[in-house]
Write a new protein. Structure first.
Length: 464
């Protein structure tokens, strides 16, 4: 999923987005990966709402068409007053794209079963990397300006155009974006003490799809407390999980400083297929504290009790006290059904074991340009609010357990607002850890009470 990347450069994307108001592009289909066929195009692009085509040619043009209507293979002409064709040529980075509205202001496209057909421009002509160009049919343009007279394509992509909806007048969560708040959060986390004497640190497990930002979250928190950028956990992008070991990370406040009372446990990413990625049996062993730091996961064979890396004797301090599901805000909506099924199965198991759960929405900067511009817009972005609601519904986690964050990914210096958002998430993790311990105390109390009742009834039955 992460391997299919947009062919648009940052500048090209910005230029295309200048054609819309507060929108973002979401790649649905890339012909060089999925195939230059009408079937593949319709499979991925039908009923997706507003979409934008980006066709690339050797002459250096990126051009295409926008429609606000669905592709649906109705074999009819679709009227769309919002449809337009556009073109950008290389070397014009600072100019807005050429935009061509239809001749009658109504023409959209012919909704057939083959490639998209906007009359004057027909894409995937004859199921090949080609276009047919016929200015005057629906739209009028100069072929030289539109595509440099080059009809062969080097790439063909379709994006969903997602409306970001602007900013809410009032944020849906209030945050104090101040230096005092940053300090207060830092002090609060450092001073945290679990309610149970035998446990000195909260053990929080990060779980989620490959590339969601689990390792980056640890690195970011480590940086916040160190006071400078760190990259202890390996992170980056690859088709498969970069993290293949179970890692338990402590965090020190400052270089050589004291450890803070939090252990972040990093796992291998979850993968869509049954036999790949983190295995649910391994996960239960992690929850119970049986898997040791640096255990090398093997998707095809879960750990056995006599294996190296299996800790037989475990106590409450080795167990996972809080589970955090980590999702990339931007690509969550294209998570395959199998992945969601896997996550629901994990949720069920986690509930059975009574472990509190939170959801971390990462990459809010990538998801919404208004947030990238200013992180304090995170709770005012209509788009982020919608994503939080969608994620909450899909994973079955209440909205008040959903925490948006931005990890450090390219910065050289710490930033106050990034720190505040990251530490607010950790603060919540510690609150949830407390509820885990409260349950333990309650259960132990109930056990003691049950023993007492048993003893009393035994005493009674013996007539003592
Ligand atoms: N812009 C931005 N990039 C991020 C953010 N979080 C992570 N990244 C980037 O996303 C990529 C993947 O992040 P990782 O932390 O390696 O993801 P992971 O969940 O540990 O992935 P696996 O170990 O492979 O399962 C890296 O290139 C990070 O720099 C974020 O909040 N914003
Ligand atoms: Mg990782």
């Amino acid at each position: 999923m992460d391997a299919v990347r947009s062919g648009l450069s940052v500048v090209q994307e910005r230029r295309v987005l200048s054609l819309f108001l507060h929108s973002r592009l979401h790649l649905l289909y890339k012909a060089s990966v999925h195939g230059y066929t009408g079937e593949q195009f319709h499979h991925r692009c039908d009923n997706q709402g507003p979409t934008l085509i980006a066709a690339y040619n050797k002459a250096g043009f990126v051009f295409g068409a926008y429609t606000a209507k669905n592709y649906n293979q109705t074999e009819e002409l679709v009227v769309d007053a919002k449809a337009f064709l556009y073109s950008m040529s290389a070397g014009e980075e600072y100019l807005p794209p050429l935009r061509v509205a239809s001749i009658d202001g109504q023409y959209g496209f012919f909704d057939g079963t083959e490639g998209p057909d906007f009359g004057a421009l027909v894409f995937l002509q004859e199921e090949q990397a080609k276009i047919a160009s016929d200015p005057g049919t629906g739209f009028n343009f100069s072929p030289k300006e539109m595509h440099g007279d080059d009809l062969d394509l080097t790439e063909f992509e379709v994006y969903r155009v997602e409306d970001l909806g602007g900013l809410l007048a009032k944020p849906w969560r209030s945050v104090q974006w101040t230096a005092e708040r940053r300090q207060q959060l830092k002090r609060g986390i450092q001073a945290y003490q679990p309610e149970i004497d035998s446990v000195s640190k909260a053990r929080v497990l990060l779980l989620g799809p490959v590339g969601a930002g689990k390792s980056s979250f640890f690195n970011s928190m480590n940086s916040v407390f160190r006071g400078n950028m760190t990259s202890q956990a390996i992170c980056g992008t690859a088709g498969r999980s970069l993290t293949t070991q179970f890692r338990t990370y402590s965090i020190r406040a400052g270089k050589g400083g004291e450890e803070i009372p939090l252990i972040l446990c990093d796992t291998m990413g979850l993968e869509e297929k049954e036999e790949t990625g983190l295995d649910i049996e391994d996960l239960v062993n992690i929850y119970k504290g049986h898997i040791q730091d640096r255990y090398q996961f093997n998707s095809s064979t879960p750990i056995e009790p006599d294996a190296a890396g299996y800790k037989k004797k475990v106590t409450l301090k080795d167990r996972i006290h809080c589970v955090v599901y980590v999702f990339n805000t931007a690509n969550f909506s294209i998570l395959p059904d199998n992945m969601l099924k896997k996550i629901r199965a994990i949720r069920k198991k986690t509930n059975q074991l009574g472990i509190p759960q939170l959801l971390l929405m990462t990459k809010v900067d990538e998801a919404c340009p208004l947030v990238a511009e200013n992180l304090s817009n995170v709770y005012r972005s209509t788009y982020i609010q919608k994503k939080a609601q969608d994620l909450s519904a899909a994973v079955g986690i209440p909205l008040n357990c959903v925490m948006p964050v931005k990890n450090y990914s390219q910065e050289l210096e710490l930033e106050q607002n990034v720190d505040i958002l990251l530490m607010s998430a950790v603060q919540q993790m510690l609150n949830y850890t407390d509820s885990f311990f409260e349950n333990q105390v309650k259960e132990e109390g109930e056990e003691v009470a049950a023993c007492h009742v048993q003893r009393v009834s035994l005493t009674n039955s013996l007539g003592l």
